[in-house]
Design a protein around this ligand. Sequence first.
Ligand code: 6R9
Length: 652
Amino acid sequence: MSNEALSNLLHEERRFAPPAEFAAAANVTAEAYAAAEADRLAFWETQARRLHWAEPWTETLDWSDAPFAKWFVGGKLNVAYNCVDRHVEAGHGEQVAIHFEGEPGDSRSITYAELQREVSKAANALTSLGVVAGDRVAIYMPMIPETVVAMLACARIGAPHSVVFAAFAPDALRSRIDDAGAKVLITADGYNRRGSVANLKPNADAGVEGAETLEKVLVVRRTGHEVPWNAERDVWWHELVDAQSDQHTPEAFDAEHPLFILYTSGTTGKPKGILHTSGGYLTQASYTHHAVFDLKPDTDVYWCTADVGWVTGHSYIVYGPLSNRVTQVLYEGTPDTPHQGRFWENVQKYKISLLYTAPTAIRTFMKWGESIPAKFDLSSLRLLGSVGEPINPEAWIWYREFIGGGRCPIVDTWWQTETGSIMISPLPGVTETKPGSAMTPLPGISANVVEQDGTVVPNGGGGFLVLDKPWPSMLRGIWGDPQRYKDTYWSRFAEQGYYFAGDGAKKDEDGHLWLLGRVDDIMLVSGHNISTTEVESALVSHPKVAEAAVVGAKDEITGQRIVAFVILRGGNAEDEGLDDELKAHVSKALGPIAKPKQIQFVAELPKTRSGKIMRRLLKDVAEDRAIGDTTTLADSTVMDLIASKLPHAAEE
Ligand code: 6R9
């Protein structure tokens, strides 16, 4: 980004007030903003009291060693007890915690009483393998209930877990095991994906080879197919765990005891092990889930479609929801197996009322067309959530109309692995939403948009998103690398003491926040800083477009030229003249400066496993270079297809 301010091109006039009935029964009202404003720390103390503490804290926040925070100093709690046992003790043992839906259609429901027994057995099993509080456990697992049990068992005995996406290659697993110094790996024989069995165990084997700290591999049987076996190292879950006592007394750990490490890939260098601890993390994960999703534990059925290998799975499948006594659906497979209506079939089958998914999924559903969800009964839905990327206004409207039946509030939730929980989002019973805006920081959270030199931008301006006050679920550091923690997040605005999120954002005339993507992706065209998000949203607002990714490619005249990769909505062909039509459409929406020079129609876009578009790779294509590191790509064949479509790249 140059010294020029980030352009604010997109104007959105549509407004959606919360339905009166929803607002009247909402978990959290506008009061919360006032309470937090009056006394932020007292507000977070109130939220911390939603949990069970074995010992109270003596100080709410110790920020004396900034940027290393301590929240709820001296307090003690057990995270797993808070997510499971206390609900059983309160008489909810027979409530279903998890409805598991396997991709082949097998299903089972697990009550809180069963979950308590399973977590206790798994905790005893880990102890029998020599795992003690403070030891790290790696988890390389598909979307099955044992994964949740494994995470909670680790939390129960104070052994920080490090979950690695099951789709990651062995090298990625090994570098994460090594960096964390994990003692045990929990994995599975395989899982069901796109109608066939994905082999996991051979990848796990390759990943642990040469991993010096690793002692044992605990293997869940999911698919039952034959797997390679190392009798000295490998242990079957069903043999070890099932043989354990289902009684286990949870020990209370310090509020700052490490709960988990989660690696973010980053664009360069080795992955960063983001460290989260117990009391502050659970306080904010729990409160935000309660406030943003408005969970009514006795009546709602919740479904977060994220993978547990992503932070969203940690905070909004495991810790937030379970601490609030959720009944939730856990789905093993893909949205198009055995048909493109599988998500909606799940909603209908379990009468799901709260749905949390990602813009990438929504745009895929737009591509497939609205006739698919129309075949299912979606009337149980009452709230829709979005996370992972900016949601284009048109995708937001599509989500509202064709999934939410025009009646469900939408919460666009901005946060990061590093923030641990949701930071910026509407409150569904309070906020009048604008399609495409995450609106305002939640009660108790403070964020701002600043210029290069740290001065706050006025309403109507754009710049860098910063978090200017510590928050309970903030990362406590990068595992083993305190200097990198300071350099990465706290050096950019060191003078002001702001956390630099790495995202661009704008404040509209009302001061509402619009996230504009990573600052590294911002384009510089003829001296103007233009966000990829705004151009993509303008493209998606064309009725024929489902999804778009935009990059700035080197240009001799303008510095950078805008190159767009576009996926059409179902039923539309790449008619002659369509690229000119789209260019004109963008020019009309945002002004001629934002008009793409080149438009390429594609069938797929390169995405990470959490669904984020990898613009870096598209930039390689647009600049006619060899394509860079593709190891975090969800589908490695996508780039070949795209490169082969571009005339220049194909000649190489
Ligand atoms: C939860 C998660 C974090 C980055 C973040 C931003 C992007 C996430 C967003 C969003 C716009 C939203 N992001 N939610 N951008 N609107 N609602 O995604 O964590 O995988 O660490 O990614 O994702 O760029 O900085 P993580």
